[in-house]
Design a protein around this ligand. Structure first.
Ligand code: COA
Length: 328
């Protein structure tokens, strides 16, 4: 069973942060960032909480889908940068969008979140006859978790949100989800510490890098190697399941981390770069929101049309990966 994407929406905070803005507090420059990553600017959530950005994207997606919110049976909110440990972002958005009959939960598969969430929603749509529509929301405020003294990581990320309303259909569909937890320490941010009055002294070593509070740590070189190897592999695995090849795909919509990762993967796949949707120059890496934001841009610009075949390819912390091939 496959899915039909009925409507999508996106929300980008207004505040722009250029490469030159970083040069004010870390040793970097516009040329280095552009040539090593392809990123020119990104958005930063100021006052906007993650759930709020998700809600704005969700309202747009619901409107575009033309679905009454009370008919939505499931809300999945994917994020690695939730505002709360509890309640879930999904419960807040379920209330804020009027999806009164929906179950709601968060899903954290880092930058692969949207691929995991769409595939999870598809399984609900397939098995629960009372769940006719699912709302998948991806929103991230990475700026709240960045270590702004680490020039190798802080320049890469941005904030934003996007959402999709989907229903089940018999359209072409194939998916692959995976994880390699041996790389968990390569890209991580701790949860906030327990209150000091209940913390106990211990010499337990958890093996993760010691970063202050919840700041993001990244081993850029190792993550880069993982990304360029897994991106073509996971696509090929999903394509083989339905007897397809790269030639059958109209648009590759990969996670937007670094244009060099996308170029290397395109070369490995033997697919031309003009079949890849790239938006990271404007928004940086918005983690789970990057694929659906790129999809929204492709729809709005008229590139992505109904009936075309797309490959969504995600990878990220975990280390997680996943691909969906479907007809738009
Ligand atoms: N500005 C200027 N110099 C910088 C810099 C910056 N923002 N960040 C790092 N450098 C420096 C390094 O300190 C290093 O200096 P040194 O040679 O004096 O030690 C030099 O540039 C080269 O660093 P290196 O790490 O080899 O650069 P790179 O070409 O590998 O690019 C990344 C670094 C982070 C851009 C790259 O590794 C990457 O994109 N990795 C994947 C990250 C990713 O996608 N994460 C999210 C996945 S979901």
């Amino acid at each position: 069973m496959g899915i039909n994407i009925l409507g999508m929406g996106k929300y980008l905070p207004e505040q722009k942060f250029t490469n030159d803005d970083f040069a004010r507090f870390v040793e970097t420059n516009d040329e280095w960032i552009r040539t090593r990553t392809g990123i020119a600017e990104r958005r930063m959530a100021g006052w906007e909480p993650t759930w709020y950005m998700g809600k704005q994207a969700a309202l747009q997606a619901i409107e575009k889908a033309g679905v009454s919110p009370d008919k939505i049976g499931l809300v999945i909110f994917c994020t690695a940068t939730a505002d709360f440990h509890t309640p879930s972002m999904a419960s807040i958005v379920q209330y804020e969008t009027g999806a009164v009959n929906a179950s709601a939960f968060d899903l954290n598969a880092a930058c692969t979140g949207f691929v995991y969430a769409v595939d999870t929603a598809r399984r609900f749509l397939e098995t629960d006859s009372e769940c006719r529509y699912a709302l998948v929301v991806a929103a991230e405020s990475l700026s709240h978790f960045l270590d702004f003294s680490d020039r190798g990581s802080c320049i890469l990320f941005g904030d934003g949100a996007a959402a999709a309303v989907i229903e089940k259909s018999d359209k072409l569909y194939s998916s692959v989800l995976g994880s390699d937890g041996s790389g968990a320490g390569l890209l991580c941010a701790r949860a906030l510490q327990t209150a000091p009055e209940v913390a106990v002294e211990s010499d337990f070593e958890d093996g993760f890098p010691d970063k202050p509070l919840h700041k993001l740590y990244q081993n850029g070189k190792e993550v880069y190697k993982f990304a360029v190897s897994i991106l073509p592999k996971s696509f090929k695995k999903a394509a083989e399941k339905v007897g397809m090849t790269k030639e059958d795909i109209d648009w590759f919509i990969p996670h937007q981390a670094n244009v060099r990762i996308i170029e290397t993967a395109a070369k490995k796949l033997g697919a031309p770069m003009d079949k890849f949707i790239v938006t990271l120059d404007k928004y940086g890496n918005t983690s789970s929101a990057s694929i659906p934001i790129a999809m929204c841009e492709a729809i709005d610009s008229g590139k992505l049309k109904k009936g075309q075949k797309i490959a969504l390819i995600g990878f990220g912390a975990g280390l997680t990966y996943g691909s969906i091939i479907t007809e738009f």
